[in-house]
Design a protein around this ligand. Structure first.
Ligand code: C2O
Length: 567
């Protein structure tokens, strides 16, 4: 299918489109969906304080993008704030079209204050819940929203049709300006202050002061089934979510259908989405929904509980939520729940939605995740916390990697990112404080077009073990294996699930454990790969894959759009 990025006008495009019908299989119903995103400051009051925050169109959370599979989307982003920024469409594959992906300095230079850029992309072969967020600094704390991709017309969900759908965006809230908080942490070389509240659709709920008015409620009718599209937009916290008195049926994660399973609570890492069905079949009343952090490593977190209301129609707001009033969330450090919950998530793997797991691997990568301390004379302890993959702390370039790759500009990045760590050690043994010779650099891995990659992510006890949700841009991958302790290349691959492993774009590496993923590198471009804990991304827990062009006519990176921002 031709990519029509450079056609001059809407009218002209329509004429050309109609001209092509009959010659191509371009679906008649495919539509162009246009959105205007004005990045602007808005005063928002939460927890008894008002503060200016960066928003899209003055809304918090930002507007939902509604599209259908097959649509072309054009989102004009105009930047009216003092920060240069970019927006990422998290989970959209952007085939050959990294120009629309959005991570600042990876696929584009940020949109400067006073400038605009139109993200122009096709939604192909995907349907479900994804989301968008700012992809620079910590601005995504307030600049985020849902993306809902409906299946093609006439294609039903592979589960009972819900009466209605709701988007549930989980987030974090700071009393202070988030950029000030981040700057302060960087100056000290320490983690910035943790958030002051969690939020559900931007609202913390009545367990927080001055928050009765800032409580989200969703209205349901007795006997009906609802689809909740749950998104973890928090910066640094993996979250549990549950509804008092009501079980949920998980049917989709990261815009991929799963085998349905019932659960009392879900676990969702930053970057991930989870669709659940909920049946309103209990005593008509008001019930709390709640979200709270999961953290099973000795690391302090914001463990405050945000709540919202699951409200049966006809029940007035004055009715107190039914007992037991708070839903039963697993304990904050419940590793057993986390491991068994994640194990239940499997691809639907039906004839219509098969799991095309690569069975043969062309390239094996083994990446260790490490935290460390570098010397920093001006920092509070004389050291700065850093993070690394295979002992490489990634340094952001001054210009965008995708442009450098496309125009073959030398000197911006190196393609010698190590396929494995230089030394092997007992990764998850006793805590190690040694800095294993961490080097810094803008180093990426070059991957041949259409080759299959297996990537094992190994957590280490360098400073501390911790769970890390890793996100790959431009692709979904299959999570073929996971375990606690050190990955054993002689035994663990035999236990892989190559039949119906979950397919997703963000996966947690368990605390002190490992996760193996596979994907086919069929999308040429430069694709960011990073921990979705903003804290760790900032410390350098990231790299990128340069996927080479293929030999075919439609297997190379598209030309950049005319309005691509310059650095
Ligand atoms: Cu949701 Cu690179 O991010």
């Amino acid at each position: 299918m031709a990519h029509m990025m450079s056609f001059p006008s809407h009218t002209c495009l329509l004429i050309i489109l109609f001209g092509f019908i009959g010659l191509t299989s371009f679906p008649v119903e495919a539509a162009i969906k246009k959105y205007q995103f004005d990045i602007q400051v808005k005063n928002v009051s939460r927890l008894c304080h008002a503060k200016p925050i960066v928003t899209v169109n003055g809304r918090f959370p930002g507007p939902t993008i509604y599209v259908r599979e097959g649509d072309r989307v054009q989102i004009n982003v105009t930047n009216h704030v003092k920060y240069n920024l970019s927006i990422h469409w998290h989970g959209l594959k952007q085939y050959r079209n990294g120009w629309a992906d959005g991570p600042a300095y990876i696929t584009q230079c940020p949109i400067q204050t006073g400038s605009s850029y139109t993200y122009d992309f096709n939604v192909t072969g995907q349907r479900g819940t994804l989301w968008w967020h700012a992809h620079i600094l910590w601005l995504r704390a307030t600049v985020y929203g849902a993306i809902v991709i409906m299946p093609k017309p006439g294609t039903p969900f592979p589960f009972p049709q819900p009466a209605r759908e709701f988007e549930i965006l989980l987030g974090e809230w700071w009393h202070k300006d988030v950029e000030e908080v981040e700057k302060q942490g960087n100056k000290m070389g320490l983690p910035p202050n943790m958030s002051d509240a969690h939020t559900i659709n931007g609202k913390p709920g009545p367990l927080f002061p001055c928050s009765e008015k800032h409580t989200y409620a969703m209205e349901v009718e007795q006997g009906k089934t609802y689809l909740l599209r749950i998104i973890n937009a928090a910066l640094n916290d993996e979250l549990f979510f549950a509804i008092a008195g009501h079980n949920m049926t998980v049917v989709e994660v990261d815009a991929v259908y799963t085998k349905p399973f019932n659960t009392e609570a879900i676990l969702i890492a930053p970057g991930q989405t989870t669709n659940v069905l909920v049946k309103a079949n209990k005593l008509a009343s008001r019930y709390f929904m709640a979200t709270r952090t999961f953290m099973d490593a000795p690391i302090p977190v914001d463990n405050k509980t945000a709540t919202a209301i699951f409200q049966y129609k006809g029940i007035p707001n004055t009715v107190l939520p039914s007992l037991p009033s708070l839903p039963h969330l697993p304990a904050g450090n419940d590793t057993v729940f986390a491991l068994s919950y994640n194990k239940k998530i499997r691809s639907l793997n039906s004839a219509q939605y098969p799991a095309n797991v690569p069975l043969k691997v062309d390239r094996n990568l083994f990446l260790t995740i490490g935290l460390g301390k570098n010397s920093c004379p001006t920092c509070i302890n004389g050291t700065r916390l850093v993070a690394s993959l295979n002992n490489v702390t990634f340094v952001m370039p001054q210009t965008a990697l995708l442009q450098a790759h496309y125009f073959n500009n030398k000197g911006v990045f190196r393609t010698d990112f190590p396929d494995r760590p230089s030394t092997t050690f007992n990764y998850t043994g006793a805590p190690l404080t040694a800095n294993l010779g961490t080097s810094i650099g803008t180093r990426v891995s070059k991957v041949a077009f259409n080759s299959t990659v297996e990537l094992v992510l190994q957590d280490t006890n360098l400073l501390s073990v911790e769970s890390h949700p890793f996100h790959l841009h431009g692709y979904n991958f299959f999570v073929v294996g996971t375990g606690v302790g050190n990955f054993d290349p002689s035994k663990d691959p035999a236990k892989y699930n190559l039949v119906d492993p979950v397919e997703r774009n963000t996966v947690g590496v368990p605390t002190g454990g490992w996760t193996a993923i596979r994907f086919r590198a069929d999308n040429p471009g430069v694709w960011f790969f990073h921990c979705h804990l903003e804290l760790h991304t900032g410390w350098g827990l990231k790299t990128a894959f340069v996927v080479e062009d293929g030999p075919g006519q439609d297997q190379s990176v598209l030309p950049p759009p005319k309005d691509l921002p310059a650095c």
